[in-house]
Write a protein that binds this ligand. Structure first.
Ligand code: AMP
Length: 560
C-alpha cells in the first residue's frame, strides 16, 4: 500500500515551558554583555543588559499607566528599537500586543482597533506618506482634548490612551519619554510579581492576517505558541550567541517578531535592523558592516538584493545561514542566494500566521536539491498531513490541502468563533488552504494556494510549476502566473513578467520559447511586462489584484 501523506516532526526535542518575559530574562542572565540589538537607522546599539534595562523600564511604565493583564496594546510603527522593546515589555506585563500594519490607513486602523478592543496604542508619528497622528486624531476626536490616558471615545469605547514615539507629539498623545518617566512609580518587585502571575498558555499577541477576501482576522497567539516557534526556527538554523542576524522583514509580521526577535532572543543571537522598511541597499550594507552571519527575507527581498547594481561593493562572506520564506521560493533564486550571497546553509521555511508561523523547514543536513526545491519536513513537535476535498489523507505524491497540528496552532481568531471553527477542525488540525505534495521521506512541496489553482479546459494547472519554468529564461527576473475567467476554457493563463535590467524579450518570443518546452495547454495566453507586482508589505504578491488588473485590461472580449 502507498504511504499516506502524514508525518510527525522530531518528538524528543522538548518545548520551552516558560513565558516570553522569563525566557528573555534567562538570556539576559546568561549573556549580559553580548550585543542584543543594533538599530542602524536610529544609530542605537544595546547589549542584552542594556536591552533588559529598556524593556523593564517600559514594562514598569506600562504598569504605572494602568495596563492590566489581557489589555490589548496596539503597536503601529515601522521597524524600530521601540517596537522590539514594546514586544518584550508587553509580554512581561501580560498585555496582548496587537500588531498593526504600518501601511494601514484610517479605515483599516479603525477596524483593527475596534475589532481587537485596543485599550492602548503606541504609534510612530508618520511613515512614508502616512501621518499617523493625523489619522488617529480623525478617528478619535477626543484625542487632544481630555487628559492623556483617560480617553473616552464613542466609536472605540475601550481606548484609554495613545503613546507617540515622537519626542514632542501633539496634545493628547503621551510622549514616549514621558511614559518612560512613569516607570519610577512601579517597583521592580511589582513587575516581577506581575510576570510571575502569567501562564504560557495566555494570549499575548494578535496578528491580523492579510486576508485577500473579507475583513482581516486576528490570529490570537499565546506565549507558548510563538516562543516555541521562534525557538524551533532558531534551533533549525543552529543559532547561538555568536550569530548576528540582519532583519529586513517587518516586525509587525511573524517573520520579524517571531522568527527573528524570538528566534534570536532564545539563542542570544544579535538582531540587526537595517532600516525602518525594506531597503535592499541598507540590507546589503548592514550585512557587510556588521559582519552578519544570518539574513532573513521573503523571496522578493532576496531578488532585489541579488539584482542591486551595487551588490558587488559589499563583502557578504560572513553570511552562513538565513531563511527565505513567506511565499514561493523560486529554485533559481535559492541557488543564487547560496552561490552569490555565500548563504551555504540558507533554509526555506513554510508557515502561516495562524501557526505561529513555521510548520515546515528545510534542514542544514538536507541535500542541496531538497533544500532548493522543497519547504522541508515537519518541524519538531508538530504533525503535517495532506488531505483531499473529502478530508481523507492522500497518498504520498498526490496533491491536496496541507494541514498542521501541534503546539503552534493559534488559540483562535479574536472574537470570531465562526472563522476559527472554519479553519481549525475538531481534531485540532489547522487547514492551511495551501496545496502541497509530500514525498515518502516527508519532504513537502507547496504547489500553490488552493484558490490560485487554474483550471483551463479541465486541466489543473499549478502556477508554481509555470513560475519555476519561466524563471529558467535568462531574461526573466521575476514572474507570477494567474488565471482569469474565459468563456471558452473556463480560465486562461496570464503571466506577469519582470525582466532583468538591460534585457528585453517580446511576448511572442517568450511564448515561442515556452511552446517548445512545455505542454501547449500550459503556455500562457497573455503576457504582461511590468516593473513591479502588487504586493503586501510582507512581500506577498497580491494575486487577486493581478487578476482584477488583468481582467480590466482585457475587457472587450479579448479574454474569451
Ligand atoms: P502569512 O499568514 O501572511 O504569513 O501567509 C501565509 C501564507 O504564505 C501561506 O498560507 C502560504 O500560502 C504562503 N507561504 C508561506 N511560506 C511559504 C513558502 N515557503 N512557500 C510557499 N508559500 C509560502
Amino acid at each position: 500500500m502507498t504511504q499516506p501523506s502524514y508525518t510527525q516532526g522530531q518528538q524528543d526535542k522538548p518545548l520551552l515551558s516558560q513565558c516570553i518575559g522569563d525566557a528573555f530574562d534567562s538570556t539576559v542572565a546568561r549573556f549580559p554583555e553580548r550585543e542584543a540589538l543594533v538599530v542602524r537607522h536610529q544609530g542605537l546599539r544595546y547589549t542584552w543588559r542594556q536591552l533588559a534595562a529598556a524593556v523593564d523600564q517600559h514594562a514598569r511604565a506600562l504598569i504605572a499607566l494602568g495596563v492590566q493583564v489581557g489589555d490589548r496594546l496596539g503597536i503601529w510603527a515601522p521597524n524600530c528599537a521601540e517596537w522590539c522593546i514594546t514586544q518584550f515589555a508587553s509580554a512581561k506585563v501580560g498585555a496582548i500586543l496587537v500588531n498593526i500594519n504600518p501601511a494601514y490607513r484610517s479605515s483599516e486602523l479603525d477596524y483593527a482597533l475596534s475589532q481587537s478592543g485596543c485599550r492602548w496604542v503606541i504609534c510612530a508619528d508618520s511613515f512614508k506618506t502616512s501621518d499617523y497622528h493625523a489619522m488617529l486624531v480623525s478617528l478619535v476626536p477626543g484625542l487632544g482634548k481630555g487628559l492623556p490616558g483617560e480617553l473616552s471615545c464613542e466609536r472605540l469605547p475601550e481606548l484609554r490612551g495613545v503613546v507617540s514615539l515622537a519626542a514632542h507629539p501633539p496634545g493628547g498623545f503621551i510622549a514616549w519619554p514621558d511614559l518612560q518617566a512613569k516607570a519610577v512609580a512601579t517597583s521592580p518587585e511589582t513587575l516581577a510579581a506581575r510576570q510571575a502571575q502569567l501562564r504560557p498558555s495566555d494570549p499575548i499577541n494578535i496578528q491580523y492576517t492579510s486576508g485577500t477576501t473579507g475583513f482581516p482576522k486576528g490570529a490570537t497567539l499565546s506565549h507558548h505558541n510563538i516562543l516555541n516557534n521562534g525557538y524551533m526556527v532558531g534551533e533549525s538554523l543552529g543559532l547561538n550567541e555568536h550569530d548576528r542576524m540582519v532583519v529586513p522583514v517587518p516586525l509587525y509580521h511573524c517573520f520579524g517578531m517571531v522568527m527573528a526577535n524570538l528566534g534570536c532572543m532564545t539563542h542570544a543571537s544579535t538582531l540587526i535592523y537595517p532600516s525602518d522598511a525594506f531597503d535592499p541597499l541598507a540590507t546589503l550594507r548592514a550585512v557587510a558592516e556588521e559582519k552578519a552571519t544570518a539574513l532573513y527575507g521573503v523571496p522578493t527581498m532576496f531578488i532585489a538584493e541579488l539584482d542591486h547594481p551595487q551588490r558587488g561593493e559589499f563583502d557578504l562572506s560572513s553570511l552562513r545561514t538565513g531563511i527565505m520564506a513567506g511565499a514561493t521560493c523560486p529554485i533559481e533564486v535559492m541557488r543564487r542566494v547560496i552561490d552569490e550571497m555565500h548563504m551555504a546553509q540558507v533554509q526555506i521555511a513554510y508557515g502561516m500566521t495562524e501557526t505561529s508561523p513555521v510548520s515546515l523547514q528545510t534542514g542544514a543536513d538536507d541535500d542541496l536539491e531538497r533544500r532548493v526545491t522543497s519547504v522541508g519536513r515537519t518541524q519538531p513537535q508538530l504533525e503535517s498531513k495532506i488531505i483531499d476535498a473529502q478530508g481523507n489523507t492522500v497518498a504520498c505524491g498526490e496533491i491536496g490541502e496541507l494541514c498542521t497540528r501541534g503546539y503552534s496552532v493559534m488559540l483562535g481568531y479574536w472574537n470570531n468563533p465562526k472563522a476559527t471553527a472554519e479553519s481549525i477542525d475538531g481534531d485540532g488540525w489547522m487547514h492551511t488552504g495551501d496545496l502541497a505534495v509530500m514525498d515518502e521521506a516527508g519532504y513537502v512541496r507547496i504547489v500553490g494556494r488552493s484558490k490560485d489553482m487554474i483550471i483551463r479546459g479541465g486541466e489543473n494547472i499549478y502556477p508554481r510549476e509555470l513560475e519555476e519554468f519561466f524563471f529558467t529564461h535568462p531574461a526573466v527576473a521575476d514572474v507570477q502566473v494567474i488565471g482569469i475567467p474565459c468563456s471558452r476554457y473556463g480560465e486562461e493563463i496570464v503571466a506577469w513578467v519582470r525582466l532583468h535590467p538591460g534585457h528585453s524579450v517580446g511576448e511572442d518570443a517568450l511564448r515561442e520559447w515556452a511552446r517548445a518546452r512545455i505542454a501547449h495547454f500550459k503556455v500562457p495566453r497573455y503576457f504582461r511586462f511590468v516593473d513591479e507586482f502588487p504586493m503586501t508589505v510582507t512581500g506577498k504578491v497580491q494575486k487577486f489584484r493581478m487578476r482584477e488588473i488583468s481582467i480590466e485590461g482585457l475587457v472587450g472580449g479579448k479574454s474569451g
